[in-house]
Design a protein around this ligand. Structure first.
Ligand code: TTJ
Length: 639
């Protein structure tokens, strides 16, 4: 280690970076793939800041063959001159937590939520990092290992390694496998995020290159239409009602941009960005946008006598029926709240967005009456369906009182403590019967389903509810359902902490799983996103050795391992299906929280992250690949 890392200044620096390594999640959210990708975004966001300051037009991102990443820009280059503390400014950027502000003369810091935590965090979480700066005719180089500098400064300055005609910064880093679960970057997610960044920065070009495979993949993202292009791309395959409308304005130092377009579909997709960072939980900018939009549309609808005096106003969801919108603001001092710190919290943002958007859309609609009328038409359609559904739901609720379980199949548990209760959805009447006998009736409810349930990929809620089993399930869960607009789903009313699908480990079983997951995902998505849905893993084999203990084996890997470790003879029983097990076996293998294997169902991150092409909300089928099941080996869950 070079000598200068021992002085007092550097000791505090090292302590700071050590804190990052001890609690990486505090700085990058998690050590999963999501956290791993944040490393790239963190570095890229610095280059985007330089673009916003007006000095960088191109950013290159390379996923290198050795697993590292290079991010390169043509900005001014990170300053290398002596800082007041007697070392190169570049050193401070990469070794001091939250450095950047001092050197950062752009008015808009990207520091929001999980982002903008500083390139020093990336440095601390990298096995190695190389910095190459082209500035003032020279090329400077610096390097680090797990945050610790390995290059000796000369009088506090970086060594010059060559001459440069242009300016820019190039950072290469290798994510630390001591920190992250997996260190292989997912190209799809990175590409989605870079594409989105290109839409939000219309003058910027981002070149992506994946050099890892046998064939190099190169893509250039340049979206001169900005958020208008963003909305167009989301709606590209849809039946649009009008051309994309774009408004822009500034007030109190906050810049507001919004683009929106209606499509002939029954859902809304409104996204908020602050300083080019997506706000997953929305926030004040979206509140401002939605409130003013509802007010303006209702006021026009009355002026045009589409809403009569006796009529109630359109609701917010009515007004946004079919709307795709991107609201992007630039705020000099963004604050965030919420579970993942991705909800914009600045009250002035709500005020300014509603002022700018209110003025600008009024100006637009005054001149484009036909567009306005078709947009009001979307709200009318929504209101009509809402009223019909409200009626249907009251009918259903009154009926429900008398027939909680209309076909008498649900064997409910006795406890009402939802945090302890589980419901098993069991394929087949015979397995259902065994499960009812085997269960712990205090906490475990059993709901047998016959063969294939209705495929709800395309069915409306009315059709789905006509299916007795679906109705029983929704009633049993207790939290209602949501469809399209107007959300009557309330996860807090969920009666079971775990909803466990129990199906045979064969093709039919897999199909039943997919059908059930599709049902949940369409009408009760929070069940999945909040981690309440599980798949039971019945064993494939039972081994009975001549001497010693019987064992259940859950897959072929386990069997191969058993064969290796147990040389003496044993009887092998192969289970073909749940129906073959008696109640005792079913309890031991699949129901007993102490011994069973469960897989939690999750939605693939890249699926959720892709806001550019609309896979998520489309009327298309819910793609199978959207669901991933946690590996069973890692998921001997619970208690
Ligand atoms: C700050 O103000 C003086 C001139 O240089 C400005 C600056 O910091 N520019 C800058 C930083 N350009 N590019 C970066 C940068 C680029 C990458 C790829 C990564 C990081 C951490 C910073």
């Amino acid at each position: 280690m070079p000598k200068e890392t021992y002085n007092a200044e550097n000791i505090t620096v090292l302590e700071g970076l050590e804190a990052v390594r001890v609690r990486p999640g505090m700085y990058i959210g998690s050590v999963s793939t999501k956290g791993l990708n944040h490393l790239i975004y963190e570095i890229v966001d610095n280059a985007v800041d330089e673009h916003l300051a007006g000095y960088c037009s191109e950013i290159h991102v390379y996923l290198e063959k050795d697993g590292s990443v290079t991010v390169e820009d043509n900005g001014r280059g990170i300053p290398v001159d002596l800082h007041e503390k007697g070392i190169s400014a570049e050193r401070l950027v990469f070794t001091t937590l939250h450095a950047g502000g001092k050197f950062d003369d752009s008015a808009y810091k990207t520091s929001g939520g999980l982002h903008g935590v500083g390139s020093s965090v990336v440095n601390a979480l990298s096995v190695w990092m190389k910095v190459r700066i082209r500035r003032g005719g020279h090329i400077y180089e610096d390097a680090y290992e797990r945050g610790i500098p390995t290059v000796e400064l000369q009088n506090g300055l970086l060594p010059v390694v060559g001459r440069a005609k242009d300016t820019g910064t190039s950072i290469q880093f290798m994510p630390d496998d001591e920190i992250f679960d997996h260190t292989v970057f997912k190209a799809e997610e990175v590409k989605n995020r870079l594409h989105e960044t290109a839409y939000l920065n219309p003058a910027l070009t981002i070149c992506f290159e994946d050099r890892r495979g046998s064939e190099v993949e190169s893509i250039t993202y340049h979206e001169p239409e900005g958020i208008v292009g963003f909305v167009k791309s989301i709606n590209q395959k849809k039946d649009t009602v009008h051309d994309v409308i774009y408004v822009k304005g500034e007030s109190d130092g906050i810049t507001v941009e919004a683009a929106f377009q209606y499509v002939n579909e029954f859902h809304e997709n409104v996204m908020g960005f602050c300083n080019n960072i997506f706000n997953a939980e929305g926030g004040t900018h979206l509140t401002g946008f939605k409130t003013i939009f509802t007010t303006v549309i209702n006021s026009y609808a009355r002026q045009l006598n589409i809403l009569k005096e006796k009529d109630a106003n359109f609701t917010g969801p009515d007004v946004r029926n079919g709307m795709t919108a991107v609201v992007s603001i630039k705020h000099p001092d963004p604050r965030f709240e919420g579970q993942t710190k991705t909800k914009l919290d600045n009250q002035d943002a709500a005020k300014v967005v509603s002022k700018v958007v209110g003025e600008e859309i009024t100006r637009y609609f005054d001149r484009n009456l036909e567009t306005l009328k078709s947009i009001i038409g979307c709200a009318e359609k929504a209101a009509k369906i809402r009223k019909t559904e409200e009626k249907a739901k009251t009918n259903m609720l009154t009926k429900q009182k008398f027939s909680f379980d209309s076909n008498g199949k649900l064997a409910n548990c006795e406890s009402r403590d939802a945090s302890k209760c589980e419901i098993f959805i069991v394929e087949g009447d015979s397995a259902g019967g065994s499960a009812k006998m085997a269960r712990n009736r205090l906490y475990q409810a059993i709901m047998p389903i016959r063969g294939k349930i209705l495929n709800v990929e395309k069915a409306s809620i009315d059709k789905a509810l006509a299916n007795a089993e679906i109705k029983t399930m929704i009633n049993a869960f207790g939290c209602g359902f949501s469809e399209g607009y107007g959300n009557d789903f309330d996860i807090t009313k969920l009666r079971y902490d775990k909803i466990i699908i129990m199906a045979d480990a064969d093709v039919d079983g897999a199909h039943i799983c997919t059908l059930l997951l599709t049902l949940f995902y369409r009408f009760m998505p929070e069940l999945i996103t909040e981690g309440h849905v599980y798949i039971a893993m019945p064993p494939l084999y039972k081994v009975i050795p001549a001497r010693g203990k019987e064992e259940y084996l859950y897959d072929d890997k386990a069997l191969a391992k058993y064969r290796k470790t147990h040389k003496s003879s044993f009887t092998l029983q192969r289970y073909k299906g749940l129906g073959e097990m008696d109640a005792q076996q079913l309890w031991e293998t699949t129901l007993d929280p102490e011994t069973r294997y469960l897989k939690r169902v999750e939605i693939d991150d890249s699926f959720l992250a892709d806001r550019v092409t609309e896979k998520l909300m489309g009327t298309d089928v819910v793609p199978r690949k959207a669901f991933i099941y946690e590996h069973a080996e890692e998921a001997l869950l619970d208690f």
